[in-house]
Design a protein around this ligand. Structure first.
Ligand SMILES: [Zn+2]
Ligand SMILES: [Zn+2]
Length: 124
């Protein structure tokens, strides 16, 4: 057993000279992990970092962080007409809230098409 541990530690510091890559074994599943610099390798050893697969197993919450988006998450109220607006994605919805965007019906009320704007569009 002692022999095995010693060998394992030695293996962790092996540098593949030809590939210029630093490697260590995942302390959990023993998978070979490679690092581009010795600094990265040393940091990984010091913090006892595991491979990506082991992290996913140990912390399944990370993988499940993207919770299912309900219709509630896509809805918002137009600040002008108070009508419900349903967006295609949550990101668009959040962006619209941040910028206090109005619905497409209210847009012409707030931004009436000016002559200049109409001309600009014609030029396009
Ligand atoms: Zn692992
Ligand atoms: Zn509106």
């Amino acid at each position: 057993m002692t022999n095995f541990i010693t060998r394992d530690i030695e293996k962790k510091f092996v540098k593949k000279e030809c590939e210029n890559i630093w490697t260590k074994n995942c302390p959990r599943c023993n998978k070979l992990l490679s690092f581009s610099t010795k600094y990265n390798l040393q940091r990984s050893i010091d913090s006892g970092s595991l491979c990506q697969g082991c992290w996913n197993q140990l912390m399944p919450r990370i993988g499940k962080r993207q919770k299912t988006i309900t219709e509630e998450d896509l809805k918002r109220m137009c600040p002008i007409c108070k009508n419900e607006v349903i967006h295609t994605t949550k990101w668009v919805r959040d962006d619209a809230i941040r910028k206090n965007k109005v619905c497409k019906h209210c847009k012409p009320i707030i931004y009436p098409p000016t002559k200049e704007r109409i001309e600009k569009q014609r030029k396009k």
